[in-house]
Design a protein around this ligand. Structure first.
Ligand code: ZN
Ligand code: ZN
Length: 106
């Protein structure tokens, strides 16, 4: 039987008929040395990273960017605030939704 390499970590793995995933019906990759289910370190890392991308922080910042307001001074155009665009005194500057430039009331 020729060596099969794990596509993720390049370690040699094997398959046999006794180890079949009940969920997918596919043969489960096994470690050659231990005969145990291959616990792929690379794959595990990828899954951890995928989970870390989920948490609320990134969702929150996306919502921040998407939150548009209407200029309530005069024109009613849509504006937004960007955390990177502040006056020297630390106040948010209203930006035009379309241009991304500081909003100037008409
Ligand atoms: Zn692997
Ligand atoms: Zn305005």
């Amino acid at each position: 039987m020729s060596n099969i390499l794990c596509r993720q970590c390049q370690n040699p793995i094997k398959f046999d008929d006794k180890h079949i995933s009940q969920r997918t019906g596919k043969k489960i990759p096994l470690d050659i040395e231990t005969n145990e289910r291959h616990d792929c370190p690379v794959r595990r890392e990828q899954q951890q990273q995928a989970q870390q991308q989920l948490p609320s922080q990134s969702q929150q910042s996306q919502q921040m960017q998407r939150r548009h307001l209407q200029c309530n001074k005069c024109c009613g155009n849509e504006i937004y605030f960007d955390v990177n665009t502040k006056t020297q005194s630390g106040k948010f500057i209203p930006l035009d939704k379309d241009t991304g430039l500081p909003h100037q009331c008409q």
